[in-house]
Design a protein around this ligand. Structure first.
Ligand code: DGY
Length: 330
């Protein structure tokens, strides 16, 4: 029997090709070419599924050109590359990869927080430039992390994993803002209390953004919000580019209206607003919060399980638009 055809859109662990090859005829992209939307549409011809990495836009225009497509499986938890309404209308299921990256991503949130508050990269650049000639009492003094107040915007799985580290590891007080409140026992387990976004921004010593990107979270932090923060405060964006107005942030950092920022995600990435590259008080990393080999393997494995589960056995593990399953009686 001929195997159904699928596309893997970016380079990936060789075992993924092998596992998917047991069930499907696989077209892959191990040379890792960045395909244009036109090329992606062309490569998807005749494919029933796609293994994706969260960077490929799946919208009505693409779907109209790919009538055989049934499933797009992201190996990422974020899925702002999917127009879910258009996918549902076209009867195409989307899946993501939640849970498996939670702890690794929370670790990195702390790495960025520590690097930002304690000026790790700024001081390293100084040392590498040969500028360090003597110890001095206030050189690169930063902000206290332990015992301070952490404001978390977005309190899903990753936000909660960060809150746990903050409360139990660093004795921090945690305040958070989220559409829905956690139950009292969960709040108490990491010493957290809900507050409005405005109160959080005014009160927190460190602000961490871990909310999903959508039209309604676009520029959650812009000039007005930055103006509410303490001049000594730091901001970490671990979520998605577009949640912060990067131009407004660069200006606030240059004018020292907040102390520092740590950014793993950027508006229009992989391009980075040039103004951010010129301010010293920002730590910049290239979207690596989930990047450990073990976690990336687990993320890829979940996408494989979704492809095999749905296209071979009719059951997806982590569907984003389960209405499609209902339409198909699955
Ligand atoms: C995700 O899974 O959404 C991450 O941002 C990619 O590492």
């Amino acid at each position: 029997m001929t195997k159904p055809s699928i596309l893997i859109t970016r380079a990936i662990f060789p075992e993924v090709l092998e596992q998917l090859g047991q069930h499907f005829s696989v077209e892959s992209n191990q040379v890792d070419t960045m395909w244009s939307p036109e090329e992606l549409a062309q490569r998807l011809q005749g494919k029933v599924g796609a293994f994706m990495t969260g960077t490929e836009k799946v919208n009505a225009a693409l779907l109209a050109q790919c009538p055989q497509l049934k499933l797009c499986a992201n190996m990422t938890v974020g899925y702002n590359n999917f127009d879910l309404a258009a996918m549902t209308a076209a009867g195409v299921l989307g899946t993501n990869a939640p849970d498996v990256l939670t702890e690794t991503t929370a670790d990195f949130g702390f790495a960025l927080l520590m690097a930002t508050a304690r000026r790790v990269t700024e001081s390293e650049h100084y040392l590498r430039a040969g500028k360090w000639t003597r110890w001095s009492y206030d050189m690169f003094s930063g902000a206290e992390v332990h015992g301070s107040t952490l404001g978390i915007v977005g309190m899903g799985r990753i936000g909660q994993a960060i809150a746990r580290r903050a409360a139990l590891g660093f004795g921090m007080q945690v305040i958070y803002h989220n559409r829905s409140r956690l139950d009292a026992a969960t709040e108490a387990s990491f010493n957290a209390s809900w507050c409005s976004k405005e109160e959080l921004l005014k009160t927190a010593d460190h602000v961490m953004l871990v909310l999903p990107y959508s039209a309604s979270s676009h520029h959650t932090i812009g000039a007005a919000e930055l103006a509410l923060m303490k001049p000594s405060a730091t901001l970490v964006n671990l979520a998605r580019g577009g949640i912060v107005d990067d131009a407004a942030l660069a200006e606030a950092l240059r004018e020292k209206r907040i102390a520092a920022a740590g950014l793993d995600v950027f508006e229009g990435e992989p391009s980075v607003n040039p103004a951010l590259l010129t301010v010293p008080n920002v730590v910049l990393t290239p979207h690596i919060a989930s990047a450990t080999i073990g976690t990336r393997r687990a993320m890829a494995a979940l996408a494989v399980d979704n492809l095999v589960g749905f296209l071979v056995n009719g059951k997806a593990l982590t569907p984003l638009n389960p209405e499609v399953l209902a339409q198909q009686g699955a």
